[in-house]
Every structure is written in C-alpha cells, then in structure tokens.
Design a protein. Structure first.
Length: 119
C-alpha cells in the first residue's frame, strides 16, 4: 500500500505523521487489497480537519472529520473509512477475486523492470 500524508497551513511533526501512517496501516485489517491511502490534514484557527482518501479496486473511499484536536480528527476520519471498507468488502464477495488481485498487483508494482536494470 502506498501511503501519503499532506499537511496544509502547518508544519507536519513526526508524531502526527507516525499517527496517521499507523492508522492507515490498521485499515488493512478490514480490507487487505488497498492500493493507496492519503491523509490530508488541515489547520484553520481552532478547527483541525482530517481527510482520508483510500483507493481500492475501481473505487475511492473517503472520510472527513473536523474537531478541535488533530488526533481525534484523524481517528474519526479513519472510523468513517472503516465502515465504508466493510460495506465495500461485502459487495466484492460476488465478484471475481482473481481480477481484484490482478488490478491491485498491477497498481502497486514498481515501474522499473528488475531484468532491465544493470548492476
């Protein structure tokens, strides 16, 4: 899974980045074929907003939260996406899992071919 954390209007501290990446890793418990996850964290006066976008097979799920505490916003956004992942996983049971695995592998495969690289 590719992970990205973006901060708007403030400097991203290592603690906040670590918390966001830890929460994104926890999403694989609910759905293992996540292609990418992106957190967009924003700060405006007393409001702290967190938006999480998760790319899965043919879908992009998102959750947003706004509180006074950035850590609480991160957890609320993750909780919203967890609910969506559970629902999405239930819908996929009717589809072919081979096609899902193939698309996930193609999206997460490195862009360079190991056979073409000279060492």
């Amino acid at each position: 899974m590719q992970k990205k954390v973006t901060a708007r209007h403030f400097d991203l501290t290592p603690e906040i980045r670590e918390k966001a990446e830890e929460e994104m890793e926890g999403l694989t418990r609910y759905f293992e074929n996540i292609i990418s996850a992106e957190f967009i964290l924003d700060k405006e006066r007393h409001r702290r907003m967190a938006e999480l976008k998760v790319k899965v097979f043919k879908e992009t799920l998102s959750g947003t939260a706004e509180t006074d505490d950035l850590y609480a916003s991160i957890e609320m956004a993750v909780d919203k996406v967890k609910v969506q992942l559970k629902k999405y996983k239930g819908k996929l049971k009717d589809r072919k899992p081979e096609a899902i695995a193939e698309v996930t592998e193609a999206a997460t495969r490195p862009s360079t071919d190991p056979d073409e690289v000279d060492i």
